[in-house]
Design a protein around this ligand. Structure first.
Ligand SMILES: C[S@@+](CC[C@H](N)C(=O)[O-])C[C@H]1O[C@@H](n2cnc3c(N)ncnc32)[C@H](O)[C@@H]1O
Length: 300
């Protein structure tokens, strides 16, 4: 059985470079793109139209959906919780927003909300900025390495009513995640809500349940190529074909050269512990699918 957590165990054992490469495929880690990309050089030509940027964002969604089943249901659950708890007018930060799939959905559902989208991938930030031009007044894009020293100083405002994240925080190792949760506790208002939608594996003690979820994943995908091929092909195609992204790709390569991936993946229990330690309460799962993708919620 080559399930998700099994694959992670295997990654930890294999050679550093291939480990990084496969971890990249698993996590869509921007830092390690350098290992996965086909370095075809810069992209030239005239910039795409607004419609073309939106189409690019949709193509991102499609490749993400191919390896994240129930992604739309997960987004819908985040929107439902936000609306139920906060009403229609609130401030929210999207951590590791990528090109803004969740940020845009929040603003489409709640036009009076204000979203701060934070990411550190120059290509995804560029796509996000261009594709969300019509929502300009309601969304602020921040280029920051979340959890690094001083990253919150780059935020335009504090006191967030909510912080959300989707398929991003698995990239942070334990010390950084702990620091980052401490930062969130400072920059969210008391009573604010944190919603992290990500694969958060059950701990080692829950081996039988883990095996069941791995078998479900294996039955669905079978191979790494089926599961993560669309992601790798998306990056190659975008670099090859998209006009106006040449400088962003060059910056991406310079920024992430030599970066390494963390080993393994923190468990659900790790996240719960770290959130409590940072001062959050009522930490629990509000939604999950059968492959350990869940929404972990916490109240500040
Ligand atoms: C799988 S993508 C998900 C993007 C988006 N949330 C979505 O669901 O489509 C993971 C994102 O996390 C971002 N990310 C990972 N580590 C980060 C960090 N330390 N600081 C900022 N962004 C980070 C990556 O750049 C990437 O955009």
């Amino acid at each position: 059985m080559v399930g998700f957590c099994r694959i992670l165990c295997w990654i930890v054992r294999c050679e550093p470079e291939s480990r990084v490469r496969i971890h990249t495929a698993l996590t869509c880690s921007a830092r390690t793109f350098i290992y996965a990309a086909n370095p075809t050089g810069g992209v030239t030509g005239s910039a795409p139209s607004a419609k073309a940027w939106t189409a690019l964002l949709r193509s991102w969604d499609r490749q993400q959906e191919s390896s994240i089943p129930n992604r739309e249901s997960k987004f819908e659950a985040v929107l439902t919780v936000l609306g139920t708890y906060l009403g229609r007018r609130f401030t929210v930060m999207d951590l590791g927003s990528g090109p803004g799939s969740l940020a845009v959905r929040i603003l489409e559902r709640f036009p009076q909300a204000r979203v701060t989208a934070v990411d550190f991938d120059p290509v995804l930030l560029k796509i996000g900025r261009e594709a969300s031009k019509a929502l300009d007044r309601h969304i602020t894009w921040v280029d920051a390495d979340i959890g690094s020293a001083g990253w919150t100083e780059q935020l335009p405002s504090m006191g967030f009513d909510a912080v959300v994240s989707s398929t991003a925080l698995h990239w942070l190792d334990r010390p950084r995640l702990g620091r980052m949760y401490g930062d969130l506790a400072r920059i969210m208002r008391k009573g604010g809500i944190f919603l992290n939608g990500d694969v958060l594996p059950l701990g080692e003690a829950k081996k039988t349940l883990t095996d069941i979820t791995e078998k479900i994943r294996f039955d669905r995908y079978g191979t790494l190529e089926v599961e993560f091929g669309p992601w790798e092909r998306w990056w190659k195609k975008v670099e090859r074909e998209q006009k106006g992204l040449g400088p962003a790709f060059r910056e991406r390569k310079a920024r992430f050269a030599g970066a390494t991936a963390p080993e393994g993946m923190l468990s659900l229990e790790d996240h719960v512990q770290l959130l409590h330690a940072a001062g959050f309460s009522e930490v629990d799962t509000l939604w999950q699918n059968l492959m350990q993708d869940r929404i972990l919620a916490a109240i500040r």
